[in-house]
Design a protein around this ligand. Structure first.
Ligand code: SAM
Length: 556
């Protein structure tokens, strides 16, 4: 029996072949929290983070969460003395997990795992163990879509993996590996694939698994009207655009900026359906999707191009641009892999290869800068320069992404990736104040034909009022972060802290008043003029160096 938040209604098989789905019981505004799901059936962090995450509240320890913010003290976690596998930040969290959760039973399983020389169970096996340890979950599991036959006949390696996972779980639970137990375990694994979420917390680069039977009733679209965010044991369902009463609530199960064949393969492999949303039917690119976003006017409070420019963006169907599409399909996968664990010189080599591979997207006659994998390559390059201390280069690339790429990839100004991109700019601005100029360029004085890149950037930075720019950006972050996530989001807390540092500075009353006036009335003529001069124009000036920087460092 499903218990739904009162503002949502379950519709049984109302839109075959989508099966059951959820509809809104009232109107929701863009960014509004539709519902919070805080009693998950399963909520676990992934195995590599077990020793640095509290298994009770699922919040990361100081080790995993970066520098502590003044509003959030560092958390220390201690391993369970029984199994030494999971850790807790307080006796209360440990007690709750022991009694209300399954750790009392799971602790014995983990001891067996250790006795056999392993540190932990892979995440899907642990999730299966939890379900098998909890008879109270069987009613909810029975109602879930599992696609067992499709997994068996169509999923090849995934099916073989699931068989092995089922055997492992039964073994560590001390249960017999007979046909009946195996079939039950594999069915649960299939249902976990289809109905659970990757509990992704990109701020601390942490993933895990989250399952709630009500949230699992929401169907997919590649142009979703809502999205899910996780914090601790909570999942928050936000409206991405206005949702009307009785309209179906849809989320994206996958990254909708993947190109069509990647999206279809991901949906087929894990969820066993072919998406028939407008983005898939017409193979729309990011620009076309952006133009259709019903609330483009919300971008007045953002660093996006003006609403008219967003509206007029000349997107095209990617199936029409066959050559471009073929290039994207060829390069997408390897250009999108994370560079996180590579050495500096390997990162540089990879970026060189990727920048060259993206040439057709850079030089396309139709706009293509917002089409993956180019944005990903630029994002990696920005991080590469940030890590090397070349903050001015990183800032130029981040400015390009924030002003000319991200608004097309996600038209809502409160889209989480856009808000995070802004915070990155604020931090980089703090490192490129005039006093730090030389070091922020990382000692680069690279010449590009006809002009000095170094002189150009340092000249642009030298005339900017970084403090005012930083304050405006932080105001935007603080304004949009609750709609993107919540006031508990690390991005919101960090921005709040940085903003209060700036607000404490003496002698900035005029700038402060102008910024506050703009935030109150972003469409006022005077207010917009101030915004254009103080932030948009400087960011555009910095963004203009982006491709020269990439060419000079990674070849043209
Ligand atoms: C998490 S469940 C969603 C609830 C499901 N509709 C049900 O009745 O249990 C995911 C499954 O719903 C179906 N589904 C979700 N979105 C769909 C879509 N856009 N088109 C077709 N089927 C969809 C697929 O069968 C998918 O495996």
């Amino acid at each position: 029996m499903l218990i739904l938040p009162e503002e949502l209604v379950l519709k049984g098989a109302f839109a075959a072949p989508h099966g059951r789905g959820i509809v809104a019981a009232r109107v929701f505004q863009p960014g509004e929290v539709i519902a919070t799901f805080n009693s998950p059936s399963i909520a676990i962090s992934d195995s590599p983070h077990l020793s640095t995450t509290c298994s009770g509240c699922l919040l990361p320890s100081a080790l995993d969460s970066g520098p502590p913010s003044t509003s959030q003290p560092a958390r220390i976690v201690r391993a369970c003395t029984g199994c030494r596998t999971v850790a807790y930040c307080s006796p209360a969290c440990q007690k709750r997990d022991w009694t209300a959760g399954v750790h009392k039973a799971e602790c014995k399983v983990f001891k067996r795992v250790r006795a056999e020389g392993h540190d932990f169970l892979p995440t899907p096996v642990r999730a299966l163990v939890q379900v098998l340890l909890r008879p109270d979950m069987s009613a909810a599991m029975a109602e879930m879509q599992g696609h067992v036959d499709k997994f068996r006949h169509e999923s090849g390696k995934l099916w073989t993996d699931m068989e092995l996972q089922a055997i492992a779980a039964l073994h560590y639970l001390g249960r017999e590996t007979n046909a009946r137990n195996l079939a039950e375990a594999i069915e649960i694994l299939c249902k976990l694939q289809v109905n659970s979420f990757n509990r992704l917390d990109e701020d601390v680069r942490q993933t895990g698994l989250f399952m709630n039977p009500s949230l699992a009733m929401i169907n997919h679209s590649c142009t979703p009207n809502s999205f899910v965010q996780f914090i601790g044991r909570q999942a928050m369902l936000h409206a991405y655009q206005e949702i009307k009463k009785d309209e179906e609530v849809e989320i994206s199960y996958i990254d909708c900026n993947l190109h069509l064949s990647e999206r279809q393969e991901a949906l087929k492999t894990r969820y066993h359906f072919t998406c028939d949303c407008p983005r898939c039917k017409d193979d729309m690119d990011a620009y076309q999707v952006c133009r259709k976003y019903p609330h483009l006017h919300l971008n007045a409070l953002s660093v996006a191009p003006d609403v008219q420019t967003l509206q007029d963006s000349q997107g095209h169907s990617l199936s029409a641009g066959k050559l471009l599409r073929a290039t994207i399909e060829e390069i997408y996968l390897w250009c999108s892999k994370s560079l996180l664990d590579l050495s500096e010189s390997d990162k540089q080599k990879q970026l060189r290869r990727r920048w060259t591979a993206c040439k057709p997207l850079r030089n396309s006659r139709v706009p293509a800068h917002a089409i993956e994998p180019l944005p990903h390559v630029l994002m990696e390059a920005s991080m590469y320069f940030g890590e090397k201390g070349s903050f001015a280069y990183s800032l130029s690339i981040s400015s390009f992404l924030a002003t000319q790429v991200d608004p097309y990839k996600a038209a809502a100004p409160f889209a989480p990736q856009r808000v995070k991109g802004l915070l990155m700019i604020a931090k980089l601005l703090a490192n490129t104040a005039p006093a730090d100029l030389d070091s922020s360029l990382g000692g680069r004085k690279t010449l590009v034909p006809g002009k000095s890149l170094w002189a150009g950037i340092s000249n642009a930075l030298g005339k900017m009022d970084q403090v005012t720019m930083c304050q405006i950006i932080l105001e935007l972050v603080v304004y949009h972060a609750p709609a993107a996530h919540s006031k508990e989001w690390a991005v919101f807390r960090v921005a709040k802290d940085l903003l209060s540092d700036i607000e404490a500075l003496q002698g900035r009353e005029t700038e402060d008043a102008l910024i506050k006036a703009f935030m109150r009335n972003p469409n006022g003529t005077e207010e917009r003029r101030f915004f254009e001069q103080a932030i948009l124009s400087p960011l555009r000036e910095l963004a203009a160096f982006c491709f020269d920087i990439m060419d000079s460092e990674f070849g043209s």
